[in-house]
Design a protein around this ligand. Sequence first.
Ligand SMILES: Cc1cc2nc3c(=O)[nH]c(=O)nc-3n(C[C@H](O)[C@H](O)[C@H](O)COP(=O)(O)O)c2cc1C
Length: 222
Amino acid sequence: MELYDAMRTTPSCRYFTDEPVDPAVLHRIFDNARFASSGGNRQGWRTVVVTDPARKAALAALHRKQWDPYVVHAREGVVGYNEAGRMAAGDAAQRRLDRTDDFSRMLAEVPVLLVCCVELATLAVTDKELDRQSIVGGGSLYTFIQNVLLGCRNEGLGSALTTLLCAEEPAVAELLGIPEGFAVGALVAVGHPVPEKQYTRLTRKPVEEIVFLNGWGEPFTG
Ligand SMILES: Cc1cc2nc3c(=O)[nH]c(=O)nc-3n(C[C@H](O)[C@H](O)[C@H](O)COP(=O)(O)O)c2cc1C
């Protein structure tokens, strides 16, 4: 698949068939994804490929523990947000929540769950002294994960990157035997997408809104 096509058509897949994922294909994806950049090329990323039904069920239960209160809150946000020009149930934001809610309920049945971790000692967190939340550390994991998502697309697989499970890190670590010193940075669902439920026309902001020339605010028009 052409790179720009893959970049423009890799959605969060919410519906998967029960067709198993070929481990050789998954291995090929990792074998290419590992060329991502990381701070100091330390490659602190580690991934646990979870296919065991009992373990997937346990991960799904932990994910739902975070998702169920979140979705109630998010739905209230969607409705409140609309009061001036109200978004009716069934429009885009509501539909996204419905899809993600279905996804959360069916997570245990997704053929492969990837638990993506990073070794904290490998991270040079250059913004940790600033008076705001730190974001740099994750950069040495999510480059790898984005490559995995694109690799899945290239192989005809669907994927969804999620982070709600990270709040359950101690329970996830116990379940999978993740050693101390490693953080859980994402849960990535992987499988064959249900074709009629899959969409590839993504909605994203235009370049001019998100990229500036020589200083903040001047749109970069190319
Ligand atoms: C850092 C990050 C965290 C995310 N966390 C979650 C999550 O916890 N649960 C979930 O269902 N989706 C999660 N997503 C997926 C986003 O909801 C999704 O990328 C976004 O809605 C765009 O969807 P689309 O690519 O299908 O248009 C996350 C994405 C990113 C990049």
